[in-house]
Design a protein around this ligand. Structure first.
Ligand code: BG6
Ligand code: MG
Length: 241
């Protein structure tokens, strides 16, 4: 009996690790702040809009907009400036912000791809990982074209396809469904805490990229500069979805 209990425990542990072993088949990337440093352009354009309405908008305020759709971002900004406007005026302002944002985006070159991304994507390809984009932006395809990464993504789910913003998991679940991969076999890379919540809600592994306070992420990396895919899998080892 004394021998039997440890053997039983070992068997249960092995069964547990077998059932929960990682089987990563796809990586889903957020765009703004993960692939390219466009958060600064969103900030500049929103700040210009806020200033045109007579109030300022700080970089700390800007953190609230990461991962959030254009119209929801406008609502947050108007709330900061204590402005109430009707829908048609709001649409005009959102269009104005986007026009300013596009002035920055159309100038982008591959130099603005964030450090380490290209070699990480290369490595995923050699390991036959499936690759998708999951972004709130309606400018995602244009941005990827500008930095010459469009052909790296097998599936692109962006703000033109989704109806619900992060932290809703819709964008990532659509990406996994289009790839034909189960959510539990996907890793999401996100720079927004709302995006991390969305990935967790989708039942995927969630990696926080950058310096935000990612309390819900399975793991956090400062950037892709000094890490490869094996390093990512090592960080996730022992974590559970
Ligand atoms: C997200 C950004 O990726 O896209 C948000 O993090 C932005 O800041 C959102 O508001 C929508 O972007 P766009 O390009 O459709 O205005
Ligand atoms: Mg982002």
């Amino acid at each position: 009996m004394q021998l039997f209990i440890p053997i039983l425990c070992t068997l249960y542990m092995n069964l547990f690790f077998y059932l929960y072993r990682m089987n990563i088949q796809a990586c889903i990337f957020d765009l703004d702040g993960v692939i390219v440093d466009t958060a600064k352009y969103h900030y500049r354009a929103w700040r210009k809009l806020a200033n045109s309405l007579g109030f300022d908008f700080t970089e700390t305020d800007n953190e609230q907009l990461k991962g959030v759709s254009r119209m929801e971002s406008l609502d947050i900004i108007l709330n900061i400036g204590k402005k109430t406007l009707d829908e048609s005026k709001k649409q005009t302002l959102a269009n104005q912000k986007n026009d300013w944002y596009l002035e920055y985006i159309t100038m982008m070159t591959p130099n603005e791809i964030l450090p380490g991304i290209v070699s990480f994507l290369d490595e995923l390809k050699t390991q036959n990982m499936r690759i998708a984009l999951g972004s709130a932006s309606k400018n995602a395809v244009l941005t990827l074209e500008k930095v010459k990464l469009l052909d790296r993504f097998e599936i692109i789910i962006d703000g033109t396809k989704t109806t619900r913003s992060k932290p809703d998991p819709q964008v990532f679940l659509m990406g996994a469904a289009d790839l034909g991969i189960a959510p539990k076999n996907c890793i999401v890379f996100e720079d927004a805490t709302k995006g991390i919540e969305a990935a967790r809600e989708a039942g995927m592994y969630a990696i926080g990229v950058g310096a935000s306070n990612f309390t819900q992420a399975h793991a956090v990396i400062p950037s892709f500069e000094k890490i490869n895919f094996d390093g990512i899998k090592a960080l996730l080892k022992g974590t559970m979805i």
